[in-house]
Design a protein around this ligand. Structure first.
Ligand SMILES: Nc1ncnc2c1ncn2[C@@H]1O[C@H](COP(=O)(O)OP(=O)(O)OP(=O)(O)O)[C@@H](O)[C@H]1O
Length: 262
């Protein structure tokens, strides 16, 4: 079992969120919170509403009911861009990298939100722009080093095996220096060795960068090992919320996974 870390104050709170697509209720009155420093998992059977939840958190979907609180403040209308600018980065179930671009350029693209210097200075590549570029390069090099992808820095990502592409996607999200990192099935489609590597990187990101992480993952073994707390959704409703041990004991969770009728 993993080492317990110090868990801080509530970073993000999901309050009574309901989301419908026409007649389909993807989420019904879901409430939970994510605390600073923790690894939080969102699990549940297929179609439970996990991706919808992540999409609400990063501003891709606007829920019909409920609210999201970020650092204690109720969020106004959200977009993925505004969410990213406020410190929420995410990766996707299906890798969303620029396939023709190198690993390095993909990671640099994650820095664009951090770039504060205007176009003029960048054009003449002088003064503030130069200093800023040096700072960005340093940060990117740190991430490359950390995720051990030095050897593929110049390779177009479309040519990389799946497991490495997932790692580059993680690197790009980290380049945004997020406070909250959302990972949508970071181990999907990986073999055992790749999964173990990814689990180790997720833990190290959390411990060394202090990044709070919320992840969706189907591999229950991985989830139990990695997470501090787990939210379980089923048919859009929250059916359990607690430590891995508490969730594993929950009859509602056992029923949901065994497909017991409601
Ligand atoms: N854009 C959409 N339009 C219509 N219905 C949608 C849309 N996105 C999700 N849904 C529906 O909402 C429900 C929840 O879907 P969601 O993808 O959030 O579940 P999930 O738990 O992530 O599933 P999986 O594990 O299969 O990825 C499902 O019934 C799904 O068909």
């Amino acid at each position: 079992m993993r080492r317990r870390r110090a868990i801080g104050e509530v970073l993000l709170a999901v309050d009574d969120i309901s989301l419908r697509f026409g007649g389909v209720r993807a989420l019904s009155h879901v409430s939970f919170d994510i605390r600073r420093g923790e690894i939080r998992a969102i699990i549940g059977p297929n179609g439970a509403g996990k991706s919808s939840m992540l999409n609400v958190i990063n501003g891709f979907y606007e829920p019909q009911e409920g609210a999201i609180y970020w650092k204690g403040e109720k969020r106004r209308k959200m977009t993925p861009y505004l969410a990213a600018a406020s410190g929420i980065a995410r990766t996707f179930q299906n890798i969303a990298l620029f396939k023709g671009m190198s690993t390095l350029d993909n990671i640099m693209s994650g820095r664009s939100l951090q770039m504060k210097v205007g176009f003029f200075w960048q054009m003449i590549h002088y003064g503030p722009a130069r200093r800023e570029e040096i700072r960005h390069r340093r940060r990117v090099e740190e991430i490359i080093d950390f995720l051990e992808i030095e050897h593929i820095r110049k390779t177009p990502v479309g040519r990389l095996p799946y497991g490495l592409q997932k790692r580059v996607e993680l690197a790009r999200a980290l380049a945004m220096e997020p406070e909250l990192l959302l990972l949508d099935e970071p181990m999907a489609g990986m073999n055992l060795e790749e999964k173990e590597d990814m689990a180790r990187y997720i833990l190290e990101v959390n411990e060394q960068f202090g990044t709070t992480i919320a992840l969706i993952e189907h591999d229950i073994g991985v989830v139990m090992d990695l997470s501090d707390r787990i939210v379980v959704l089923d048919y859009g409703r929250l059916i359990a919320d607690g430590t891995p041990e508490e969730v594993a004991r929950s009859q509602a969770v056992i029923d949901a996974y065994l497909g017991v009728a409601h």
